[in-house]
Structures are given as structure tokens and as C-alpha cells.
Design a binder for this molecule. Sequence first.
Ligand SMILES: *[C@@H]1O[C@H](CO)[C@@H](O)[C@H](O)[C@H]1NC(C)=O
Ligand SMILES: *[C@@H]1O[C@H](CO)[C@@H](O)[C@H](O)[C@H]1NC(C)=O
Ligand SMILES: *[C@@H]1O[C@H](CO)[C@@H](O)[C@H](O)[C@H]1NC(C)=O
Length: 368
Amino acid sequence: MNVLTIFLFSLLSISKAEISSKIGVNYGQLGDNLPSTARSIELLTTMKAGQVKLYDANPEALNLLSETKLQVSIMVPNREVSSIASNQSKSDEWVNQNVLPYYPKTSICFLLVGNEVLSDNSAQGQKIWLHLVPAMRRIKRSLQTQNITDIKVGTPLAMDVLETTFPPSSGTFPSRIRDAVMVPMLEFLQQTNSYFFIDAYTYFPWSSNPNSISLDFALLRGNFSITDPVSGLSYSNLLDQMLDSLIFAMSKLGFPGIRLVISETGWPHSGNIGEEASGANIFNAAMYNRNLIKKITAKPPLGTPARPGVFIPTFIFALYDENLKSGTGIERHWGLLHPDGTPVYEIDLPGKRATSDFASLPPPKNNQ
Ligand SMILES: *[C@@H]1O[C@H](CO)[C@@H](O)[C@H](O)[C@H]1NC(C)=O
Ligand SMILES: *[C@@H]1O[C@H](CO)[C@@H](O)[C@H](O)[C@H]1NC(C)=O
Ligand SMILES: *[C@@H]1O[C@H](CO)[C@@H](O)[C@H](O)[C@H]1NC(C)=O
């Protein structure tokens, strides 16, 4: 092949699996008051979401999604990771049951193996850590057996996979997972040209440290320029710092080029009584998500200081408040929509509306 043929060929293979440059939404269903799956998919379409991320491989959703242009991300539940890791037939069976009946009519583009597996520090959870990458390899092999090459296999991880994040250049993985899990995972992601899926919430570092991190910095607003003394890179917001700490951690292990997907991000719009001071309110949630959308949908893409100009596929958490989630009240109030399908606050997923076009919201109490 001459250079031009190779070039055209690579263009073709890229365009086949091209990831939507539109914002995605996480469709969690841990609620007993949520609209039907059909209505939910209709709402996602009306909102002009580009992608939807499921926490399972719900047959009804996957069937209905074939009628839409939405790109779809499906998930192997954590409880199936170990058996898939040890048994190729089990992996083939999973792909046969959860991918083949829908693909390619349903535009499945990401197959995620487990959810935040490395955040489960229980003895049982830690056993699964070592099964994670073998399970990802087996699922990839099952897809290859079916000649499916344009579904990327990954696994969403939380920011707690990093031991240090500040300044971003200090980003490192802790030794307990570095050699045993992260190195083989990064090898897999690189070999398969897949993505590192990171759940990145500026809300949590800010709310646990509101005196040392500015709320504006966490809400992606204001005019900051915070220089990393080692890299010399300058940061205008906390999300870029978090993403770059991951990029630096990967680079230190010899993997500087693995692309990122923000598999979850967002801001809570409410909490339980007594939690108001934590910055969980409609004003901040609207501010964060609107600024996020502007940032991610900017053309040409902004990227981050360590990786400027690179588009980062992003999924907002979440479509609805989920009233069956455990934890503090904040955990149940991340939704873009009320259970009746009306918006909690105005949002424009395509990112075309100017901030000044949104009706003004009541400012929060205590300036938070
Ligand atoms: C592997 O999985 C297949 C399919 O589920 C099952 O029939 C078989 O018994 C499993 N093998 C082992 C050794 O567990
Ligand atoms: C995959 O492609 C190969 C080579 O073209 C072909 O022999 C095989 O039957 C295909 N397998 C499936 C499951 O389509
Ligand atoms: C932001 O800060 C820079 C440097 O401090 C300054 O030059 C610029 O005018 C500021 N921009 C706005 C919109 O305030």
C-alpha cells in the first residue's frame, strides 16, 4: 500500500467507528417512579442527546434504541466479571445474548465491563480487581469471533484509582493496583485502540474541601489561571486538573496516548434537609452542566492543557433522580429531568444556546 492508500484506509476505519461529538447521558434506572423505557428514550431524543449509557444490557431499551440515532453504551454487571474472566464460553454467551440480537441496528459503540470495580475495597470486591482485565480481554475476543470490530471495550473507573491528583503532574496510580491491574489494562486499551473511561466529578473534591478549592473553579466558571509548577501548564478549572492528573499517571507508566471518555460527570441539584450548605442546588447544577456542555462541544475541541485540541466524549450523570440509590440525599438528586419528564432546570445538550438565553435561577443561599 502506498501512503495515500494507507491514509484513505485509516480514514475509512476511523469514520466507521466514529464516536458522536454530541453530549451523552447516563440512563440509570434505580428509581421506582421513573417514566417507561420508551418514554425515556423519546425524552433523550427530544433533548438531542448523542449517546446514552446503560448500566446493563436491558433488552427493551436495546430494541427501542434501534429506532433512534443514539449511540449506545452497554455494561456487563460487576457480579458477572469473575465468571467471564475465567471462561471464554461464558464471555461468548454474554456477547451472543446481549449484543448480537441488537447490533448493528442498535448502534452499540461501547461495551463496558463492570462499573467502578476498583472502588470496591471489600474483600469480595478486591478479588474482582484481578479478574477485570482478563474479562475485558475475553469480551473483546468474543466480539472479534463475531467479526465485530467497532465496539470499544472498556471499564469505567472513579477518580479514586489515583493516589495523587494535585498538582496534575503528580498524578500516579497507587502501588496496590499499579502493576497488577493498571499496567495490563493500559496495555489492553492501547492494543485495542480503546478509551480510558473515567467518572470525574468536580463536586466531590470541592465539597470535601470547600475552603481550599474555589466553588467557581469547580463550576467551570470565572477566570482562573493556576499553574502546575512542574509541568508549567496553566489550569482554568478543576475538571481539567482532574483529567490531566490521569493523563500524567498513564504517561508515567508509558502510555501517553490513551484517549479519555468522561463516563460520568455532573452536579447534584438538591440533597436532604441540612445538606444545603454543600452546594447541592439547582443554581450550581445548571451552572456546572451548562458550562460543561459549552466546554465539551466547543469547535474546534478544547481538550485539556496536557492534551489540547482533543475531543473528549462525555456522559452527564444522570437522566433522572434515582430515589432508590443509597447514601446521602445528594446521591438521589443528580437528574436532568423530574419523573414526569419535565426538566429540573433548562439545559441545552447541543450547547448552542448562549448562557444569557436561559431564564435566571434563584441564587443559592450562603453564596454556595
Ligand atoms: C463455562 O461457561 C459455559 C457457558 O455458560 C458453561 O456451560 C460451562 O460449564 C462453564 N465452564 C466452567 C468450567 O465453569
Ligand atoms: C468472520 O469473518 C471470517 C473471514 O471473513 C469468516 O470466515 C467468518 O465466517 C466470519 N464469522 C462470522 C461469525 O461472521
Ligand atoms: C482573564 O484573566 C487574564 C489574565 O489575568 C486577563 O488578561 C483577561 O482579560 C481576563 N479575562 C476576563 C474575561 O476577565
